[in-house]
Design a protein around this ligand. Structure first.
Ligand code: SF4
Length: 211
């Protein structure tokens, strides 16, 4: 029993947006950093739209703020659960009235320290918190998912396929792919050297995305 309530927020469903977009060709553009066949990468806005903004909106609701009202009289402490392995993702909050803290880093706890703590206290090992189809996954990540969570992997394969249905996204002339190899996800050999330069969260992903 925790001494505080747990609130879950969700603003957009990236998976549904991709599938709707491929079905209708007129959906809103989903700004996930997918790879383009010309070697480019789409600008990432999903972290902000799917994670940071919904949390901020809920904080404002809890404070009783009206839309557009300044939070000048408030100070909010926001705890973010990243470990010392992910220190590169520490960033100040966009709003000056939100003070970010990283309690695991303050306690010098690595991911392995967290797993040991969870085991000692009888909790199961938690899965990583990234979206199933996050393009920042490493080959090791994809391989693990394929072997240990084939249902999620098959889902990712289907959504990756949907990215290129009907010629792809509106206004997007180059085909998009979930994997850096720019091949359908189901056909990627995650052991091959030509696919081993997949980005990891250390390259780009920050904020609250845990790949
Ligand atoms: S985990 Fe990946 S796909 Fe999901 S919001 Fe973060 S960067 Fe985007």
């Amino acid at each position: 029993m925790l001494p505080f309530p747990i609130l879950r927020v969700q603003a957009i469903d990236l998976r549904s947006q991709i599938l709707d977009r491929s079905a209708q060709r007129d959906g809103r553009f989903v700004s996930v950093p997918f790879f383009l066949e010309n070697g480019g990468i789409i600008r990432r806005q999903c972290t902000r739209e799917a994670k940071i903004d919904p949390v901020r909106k809920e904080i404002r609701r809890l404070l009783g703020l009206r839309p557009g009202q300044h939070a000048t009289n408030f100070r909010v402490e926001q705890w973010i659960g990243i470990s010392t392995d992910e220190m590169i993702r520490m960033k100040l909050a966009r709003d000056p009235w939100i003070i970010n803290r990283w309690p695991l880093i303050e306690r010098r706890m690595s991911r392995n320290d967290c797993l040991i703590w969870l085991k000692r206290h009888g909790y199961p090992e938690p899965p990583k918190s990234a979206c199933i189809g996050c393009p920042y996954r490493s080959n090791q990540n994809w391989r693990d998912m394929k072997e240990h969570d084939p249902k999620s992997f098959e889902d990712a394969v289907q959504v990756d396929h949907a990215l290129r249905l009907h010629g792809g996204a509106r206004n997007m002339r180059k085909a998009e792919f979930m994997h850096r190899a720019c091949r359908p996800l189901g056909s990627v050999n995650f052991d091959r050297s030509d696919t081993s330069d997949q980005l990891s969260f250390l390259d780009e992903c920050d904020g609250v995305c845990g790949t």
